[in-house]
Design a protein around this ligand. Structure first.
Ligand SMILES: [Fe+2]
Ligand SMILES: [Fe+2]
Length: 390
């Protein structure tokens, strides 16, 4: 009797994207497999730093393979909590699926370096290799790789450079499933500039609801000082929300707080231009002047507060964060206008409760405790103190 076939597809899946699904489907259909396992790795042998936690990566895979009954997840490598070597995984499958024929699905970049893998001969004795190539639409992409890019951990870039030396002999016996079109996308790009077409909607929503990859994104636009402030504000916001027992708001508190200063370090010119366009847009849409005129009159350093509106606008546009509560809280963190919104108050207060370079609000500890007991009172007290300093 013919042996059943299992495909093992390992990787960081940080996050899993549509390219992974496409590769998996192609391999699955090509060899007429019976099962395919996504095997997220724990610590990469090359020490690749992972952004999302093990649980989040697992959950994203679970969401992405919904609707593919023959696709499964194997958390063997995550559970071991030590460096993942493929040979250990192969041996695990050999033990638990002894009546199956094992196939290992890898990329072209991995195949070229396969003879450097730990105990690679043993892997070859116990499984067959399936290899895919990514489609590169421009030859220029290959030729224009800079040395800097080569030093990144971005697999797609490494692969581009490897395909440069396409003539290199590969002595590893393998089944090629050819080039997969339209998957010249990489997880590292998706983390900082996601495209809707690259991710399943469920995965995109999961990333945004949980604020995954926020730090990767903040690193692109702000200084370490500002990132540290954002992290502390997020910790304070989560702490206050927990103390108030507003558990359904916990994730939103984290997401709004971590992103609240997203646009803070954009140039003054960029921010004031945005403000002008924003007001014109508003005028066209609602046929009236935007009611922030009074803000303009009151605040001489107007551009220092615009980042709240700009930040909310940008995270919606760039990352598809659509949660009204989150956007509203970010928009209101400089000047709170919706005084009946709890989340907005929590973010406003958490931001003011952080200790900054230029000092802290008076009675900070007392204010913090008050916010944890009664956010409405805490907010009013903090507001009074800010007004006094004006
Ligand atoms: Fe701010
Ligand atoms: Fe802030």
């Amino acid at each position: 009797m013919k042996k059943k076939k299992i495909i093992i597809f390992g990787g960081s899946f940080d996050p899993i994207h549509k390219g992974h699904i496409k590769i998996a489907l192609r391999a699955f259909n090509r060899i007429k497999a019976d099962k395919l396992f996504f095997v997220p790795c724990n610590n990469h042998p090359q020490n690749k730093k992972m952004s999302a936690s093990n649980n989040d990566r697992l959950e994203m895979i679970r969401l992405a393979i919904k609707g593919f009954p023959r696709f499964e997840i194997c958390d063997f490598e995550l559970k071991r909590n030590e460096i993942s070597y493929t040979i250990d995984t192969i041996n695990y499958f050999k033990e638990y699926y002894s009546d199956y024929e094992l196939y290992l699905l890898i990329g072209y970049d991995q195949l070229i370096n396969f003879d450097k893998w730990n105990r690679y001969q043993e892997i070859l004795e116990n499984s067959r290799i399936i290899c895919y190539k990514r489609f590169l639409n421009k030859q220029n992409e290959i030729n224009n790789i800079t040395n800097d890019e080569l030093n990144t951990n971005d697999n797609s870039v490494q692969e581009l450079s490897l395909q440069k030396e396409d003539n290199k002999k590969i002595n590893i016996k393998h089944i090629s499933i050819g080039t997969i079109f339209r998957i010249n996308i990489s997880s590292s790009n998706i983390r900082v500039s996601p495209k809707k077409r690259h991710l399943s909607l469920d995965v995109l929503n999961y990333i945004n609801e949980n604020g995954l990859y926020a730090l990767d994104r903040l690193e692109k636009v702000m200084s370490t000082y500002r990132i540290e402030h954002s992290i502390r504000v997020a910790e304070i916001a989560v702490d206050i929300t927990k103390s108030l027992k507003y558990y359904p708001l916990l994730k939103q508190a984290y997401v709004s707080a971590i992103y609240h200063d997203y646009a803070k370090e954009f140039s003054e010119k960029y921010q004031t231009n945005f403000w002008t366009l924003f007001k014109i847009g508003y005028l066209f849409k609602y046929k009236k002047m935007y009611n922030k005129e009074k803000i303009e009159n009151k605040h001489q350093n107007l551009w220092k507060i615009i980042h709240a509106w700009l930040g909310a606008y940008l995270i919606k546009k760039k990352f598809f964060i659509n949660d009204y509560q989150v956007l509203n809280a970010i928009r209101n963190h400089t000047i709170l206008e919706t005084d009946d919104n709890i989340l907005a108050k929590i973010i406003f207060c958490s931001d003011k409760l952080d200790v900054r370079k230029d000092g802290e609000i008076s009675d900070r500890k007392k204010m913090y405790e008050l916010c944890k007991k009664d956010i409405n009172k805490g907010y009013l007290e903090i507001l009074n103190r800010l007004k006094r300093n004006d």
